[in-house]
Design a protein around this ligand. Sequence first.
Ligand code: SAH
Length: 290
Amino acid sequence: MGSPLPSIPTAKGPRGHGVPTLLAREGEHTVNIEKIHFVGAGPGDAELITVKGARLLKEADVIVYAGSLVDRELVRTYAPDARVFDSAGMTLEETTTALSQAALNGKKAVRLHTGDPSIYGAIQEQMVELDLLGLEYEVVPGVTSAFAAAATLKQELTLPEVSQTVIITRLAGRTPVPDRERLSEIARIGATLVVYLSVSMIEKVVAELLRGAYTPSTRVAVVAKASWPDEQVVEGTLADIAGKVKEAGIAKQALILVGDVLRARVEGMKAKSLLYDKGFTHGCREGIVT
Ligand code: SAH
């Protein structure tokens, strides 16, 4: 890290496709410039990375990842010999330098992101930097924590006649949220909500949600560290969830799931899906008329 990057042509092709494939270095030998991979690590459990993500980690010479969020075990398991950078204390320039220098030296670099890189992953700005350098990259998706939390709860997020929409959102923190996406506005829809990055402001989440379609009796589940060995689940209603969350000492790395789909956990289902109904005909099966 730190040494200046060799000058290379700027990108002209489609984004992420880079331009140079071979770079002559100091007139001695040529190296293949490697493609950089942004990989979703999944929510925590080392087995919840994709097969492709695990392969790329195994092959990686250099890994940049947020040590505070991604399980270190995952990196130790799949890439014991790679050079590892913890992005927690690094700037965008520094992570870009670590990744691009590796790629330019013919080394395989992985930028490992918690969950899925496209959700609150700050990958766009990193890709813009790589575009400016004309470097190739690819994004490998991962299991976002919303789905790990649903799995922990053993809860379908889309129930017939209850909600067929899932909204991923957050409260504004230091990152602002556009006005039209204020939680109280989104709450008017009454869909299943998965609120990221907001558990430390649980009282505010509750207040905003109550200004929308939800009521004090709307069910809420908070899942902390979903899929980790020390995961925690707190369930309640909008009336009592804030107190329960404080009591459990949950202040970070948690999701707040809200909506009437959670009512099925205590009251049973309203309606079953038609997909497996014996009278329902679809492309793969004739319904039985009784
Ligand atoms: N890209 C990640 C989200 C990064 S933002 C993803 O797809 O999951 C970080 C926020 O994600 C945390 O504040 C928390 O709200 C949520 N989060 C990440 N991992 C989690 C986990 N294992 N359990 C619960 N919430 C998690």
